[in-house]
Design a protein around this ligand. Structure first.
Ligand code: NAP
Ligand code: MG
Length: 462
């Protein structure tokens, strides 16, 4: 795998100030495949200074020209599809087909959507005797996780560029090679020097320095609720804008009138994709008591079909964590019907596709984000019971509802405390706002709503 031994700052690859490095692992072979610099506070300082220096000119660049640069970025990413696929597979462990179809294709689509939005967004609005201008919020500190390494970068950088902001990115330590590849694409797209900057490093050092930097106007963070809470608190103290995309424990609600086989198959597929490392995964399957046993059997059968094609978890720590949750499920009385805590292979951070039956809503595996290939099938007695269970966690990121017709599913979905719901298997829409209710976060990503996060308004009165 190709690795840069520097930071992309001010339009060039520069050596890091310190000598610390991060070893990048292949989660299938457990071998080190590359080293990248682990940046520190001085590297973050340099990157923020570069972003600040580039801000005035980029903010004043006409939206059509910003749109042209984002379109060029989309094309630069599209030209690197093979390299992106191979890189995500190497450092995240995702099977090549999934890497290509999702990890590479989705961010290219999102970049394309922002090329269009930058050109068409109403940055100016007349309200009575006022003209209201939507102006860039300034320098953005973007901190991203490893689970969708390129998508989460593009979901922050593309709208920030469209808004006229400049950016410093601190990607996850597990997936820095994808971030370096992205920086190459930005460079190739002719984005002016300093508009986008990359500092690789670990969260508590480079991440924290970026989140607390006085030269950063908005911190956009995706990751765990624990870290998000601290970043939100620091931003509050500094009276600084913050966007938080945090965890989830989403419910797949199968109403009695639904096509059960279809709903169960889609629900299991939703969790097994990316080995369960998806914040919006429908990890709780809610089934009416009259169809419960049938659903459990279908879910176990479906999960078994993933045994040979699921990728590993990203690292040994995540595998330990996920196995710990499976053991806890057993200890609390849930019934394993597929998978389990044992390692399915000798090498690699694999966890078996796992299904639990007889899960009650208060069990740990029904409350906490596991971030692994684990589905909990939960029984409900009636619709109100289903709603109570669906809404009964601290999270509210996503969900699904299945019913005999869309209207019935919609009526239930409108009562759910969650940011997005798929109705009878509705397709992912990269223009629809994505984000959480409750402790799943603050703010929205994607589409016009995602662009608005990077804007602040100024009113001129006449
Ligand atoms: P994380 O620790 O919250 O990491 C997310 C990002 O924040 C990474 O770039 C991380 O750097 C950085 N970071 C860590 N500590 C920081 C700090 N004190 N200040 C500033 N930045 C900091 O999450 P994770 O370790 O990747 O995964 C842990 C759990 O988070 C998962 O099991 C899952 O439950 C949840 N998660 C949620 C999402 C989501 O999309 N909502 C995505 C990934 C993970 P490092 O990479 O160096 O740690
Ligand atoms: Mg971490």
């Amino acid at each position: 795998m190709k690795a840069h031994d520097g930071m992309y700052i001010g339009g060039a690859w520069r050596p890091a100030v310190g000598t610390d490095t991060i070893a990048v692992l292949d989660p299938v072979s457990e071998q080190v495949i590359a080293h990248v610099p682990a940046g520190g506070a001085e590297d973050v300082d340099a990157a923020v200074a570069a972003a600040r220096g580039a801000l005035t000119a980029w903010a004043a660049t006409p939206p059509a020209e910003r749109a042209a640069r984002i379109a060029a970025l989309r094309d630069a990413l599209a030209a690197r599809v093979d390299e992106i696929t191979a890189t995500v597979t190497a450092e995240l462990g995702a099977p090549p087909r999934f890497s290509r179809a999702v990890h590479a294709a989705l961010p290219i689509a999102v970049a394309g959507s922002y090329a269009e939005l930058a050109a068409s967004y109403p940055f100016e609005e007349k309200i009575g005797n006022s003209v209201v201008h939507a102006e860039p919020v300034g320098v953005v500190g973007a901190i991203t996780p490893w689970n969708y390494p390129l998508h989460q970068i593009v979901a922050k950088v593309a709208p920030a560029l469209a808004a006229g902001c400049t950016i410093v990115l601190k990607p996850a330590e597990d997936t820095p090679l994808t971030a370096q590849l992205f920086a190459e694409a930005v460079h190739g797209a002719g984005v002016p020097a300093g508009v986008f900057n990359l500092v690789t490093g670990v969260g508590p050092v480079a991440g924290q320095a970026l989140a607390e930097h006085p030269g950063v106007d908005l911190v956009s963070f995706t990751g765990s609720t624990a870290v998000g809470r601290r970043i939100g608190a620091a931003a509050g103290a500094a009276v600084k804008r913050v966007a938080l995309e945090l965890g989830g424990k989403s419910a797949n609600v199968i109403l009695p009138s639904a096509d059960l086989a279809r709903a169960v198959a889609a629900g299991v597929a939703n969790v097994m994709g990316n080995s369960g490392q998806t914040c919006s995964a429908w990890t709780r399957m809610l089934v009416h008591t009259s169809r419960y046993d049938e659903a459990v059997a279908l879910a176990a059968e479906a999960a078994a079909t993933y045994a040979d094609r699921i990728g590993p978890l990203v690292n040994a720590g995540q595998r330990t964590r996920v196995r710990g949750y499976i053991e806890k499920g057993v200890a609390q009385g849930a019934r394993l019907v597929a998978g389990g805590p044992e390692a399915p292979r000798e090498r690699g951070y694999f966890v078996s596709p796992t299904v639990f039956a007889d899960v009650t809503p208060e069990m740990t595996i029904a409350q906490e984000e596991i971030f692994g290939p684990v589905v909990s099938v939960i029984r409900y007695e009636d619709e109100d019971d289903a709603l109570r269970i669906a809404n009964g966690t601290v999270y509210g990121l996503a969900g699904a509802v299945w019913a005999g017709d869309d209207a019935e599913a919609v009526a239930f979905a409108r009562r759910m405390d969650t940011g997005q719901v798929d109705i009878n298997g509705g397709r992912f829409n990269p223009l629809a706002p994505f984000g959480g209710y409750k402790q799943s976060g603050v703010g929205r990503e994607l589409g016009a709503h995602g662009l608005a996060e990077y804007l602040q308004t100024k009113s001129l009165q006449f």
